[in-house]
Design a protein around this ligand. Structure first.
Ligand SMILES: Cc1ncc(COP(=O)(O)O)c(C=O)c1O
Length: 481
């Protein structure tokens, strides 16, 4: 405890300096260490709880001491997704330029809801989005909102979609709300991401409103089934397609889907949490052909772009539709100057973190060529891993490797239970060896080890290590079986 510290001091200049330095030192050590140490947290839940559950301080403490204690308590419970050897879920690695920009964001303490409350933050968002729309090759006058993640970006886009298709059907949601409105049918692939269903639920949709469209072996929506199902329904329609299937990385056939959407007057949304980044590289962009004809897109910043958690983008072609769905108006909320925007009119929150600074910094640090190099490198890594693994007896790559995702099944010829158990054992063995981190999922009736290559640090050396670790784990499990 700092005996000199008054309750009214948040921190003296010396204390503040010490706290900032302590954070810098802990962050720098962590980021260097994570390149070589095992990616799994070492603490069990009990030990982790004990490290944090210290007596609540009676009196104010020096901020630097608190930060050192925090870093020590958290260290054994930190996951290694900021390092090169992490492949579970779909996670980014928080680019150092973004981390530093995020520190400044916190130090500046800006509330980015309004231009008036945080002018620099509002402008950083506008300029970052101008660059992003250029990377995605989408119209420069799209409306957009910065959100926590793709779940909320999807929610934001689909709120605009819901209101707009109802408005076209003569129903003003602003006036009459959702209850009693004409029924909207939502057409989406059988393997749409779970968070899309969550976003739809938040917006008042339920199972009865969904029309699940047949998919092919890669999880891609069948355009012919979509055509058939669309013609069975009158009334307002939303179609949700996917750029980047969570297991296969596959892309829905956007050109055909967009044509159907236009024919039926539907709103087409694309969930491109990670897959939309294919549009940032000329050689992969054809995978996403036709996606520009959609009405809205949700895409993460904290996955493939390596923005520190949490950031995603809701992009809507009709900026007015987005604004109508999201506007927060009150007499005390000052209007922005001519030509500028209030971020809170385009996303669900009023007060929030100024996410644009980190996005601006990471985009500048990577540059257009850096974004492209990273995405291509990860896709090359995915193909390299597939080619290292596929000749091994008892290993099957279940997807066509078109992007950065691999769905790997072990012992695919065994009965369902044995196959699942053996695959779980391989995942557990890789995690136990703790040189790489992977996790599992279920797909096509099988248990899979899903590999997502999305850490900015991952390169061929890291992938060769993963290939060796996977083969070593599988051979051990196979021998034991
Ligand atoms: C296709 C897809 N959509 C949406 C999401 C949700 O993204 P977030 O976790 O950023 O909310 C994910 C997450 O992995 C995803 O892969």
């Amino acid at each position: 405890m700092n005996a000199d510290k008054k309750n009214s001091d948040m921190a003296s200049p010396a204390d503040m300096h010490d706290a900032f330095e302590a954070a810098l030192e802990a962050a720098y050590d962590f980021r260097l260490d994570i390149k070589t140490r095992g990616p799994a947290p070492s603490a069990d839940p009990k030990a982790l709880m004990a490290a944090f559950d210290v007596p609540f301080a009676d009196r104010p403490r020096a901020a630097g001491d608190v930060i050192r204690d925090l870093a020590a308590a958290a260290a054994p419970g930190l996951m290694g997704n900021a390092g090169p050897n992490f492949y579970a879920w779909v996670m980014g690695a928080s680019h150092p330029a973004g981390v530093a920009a995020d520190w400044l964001t916190s130090a500046w303490g800006q509330n980015s809801g309004l231009y008036a409350t945080a002018p620099a933050a509002a402008v950083a968002e506008e300029v970052s989005m101008k660059w992003l729309l250029g990377l995605f090759d989408l119209p420069s006058d799209c409306g957009f909102g910065f959100t926590t993640g793709a779940t909320m970006a999807g929610f934001t886009c689909l709120a605009a979609a819901r209101n707009e298709v109802l408005s076209r059907a003569g129903w003003s949601i602003e006036e009459r709300g959702v209850f009693g409105a004409p029924e909207i049918k939502v057409f989406l692939g059988e393997e749409a991401h779970s968070t899309i269903f969550a976003a739809l639920r938040y917006l008042g949709f339920g199972e009865r409103n969904f029309v699940r469209i047949a998919i092919d072996g890669e999880g891609r929506m069948s355009a012919s089934d979509l055509a058939a199902r669309l013609s069975e329904h009158d009334g307002p329609k939303i179609i949700i397609a996917q750029a980047g299937h969570i297991n296969s990385g596959a892309f829905d056939p956007f050109t055909e889907i967009a044509a159907l959407s236009e024919k039926h007057g539907a709103w087409l949304h694309i969930d491109g949490a990670f897959g939309l980044w294919a549009r940032a590289t000329p050689s992969l962009a054809p995978l996403c052909k036709g996606a520009e004809r959609a009405d809205s897109w949700s895409v993460d910043g904290h996955k493939w772009l390596q923005i520190p958690y949490d950031t995603a983008f809701a992009i809507v072609k009709d900026a007015t539709a987005l604004r109508r769905a999201m506007t927060i108006a009150a007499s005390y909320l000052n209007a922005p100057p001519e030509g500028r925007r209030d971020p809170s009119n385009y996303a669900p929150e009023l007060s929030r973190r100024a996410r644009g600074f980190a996005v601006w910094a990471v985009l500048q640090a990577l540059g257009r060529s850096g974004v492209e190099e990273m995405i291509l490198r990860h896709c090359d890594c995915a193909r390299r891993l597939a080619s290292r693994l596929k000749s091994e007896p008892g290993v099957e790559i279940l997807n066509e490797v078109v992007l950065n995702q691999l769905a790997i099944a072990f012992a695919p010829e065994k009965d369902r239970e044995t196959q699942a158990r053996l695959t779980d054992e391989v995942i557990a063995e890789i995690q136990r060896r703790n040189r790489c981190y992977v996790s599992g999922a279920a797909w096509k009736g099988k248990k899979i080890m899903r590999v997502s290559i999305s850490s900015g640090e991952t390169d061929f050396d890291a992938i060769d290590l993963l290939a060796e670790e996977t083969l070593a784990a599988w051979r051990k499990v196979r021998e034991r079986a």
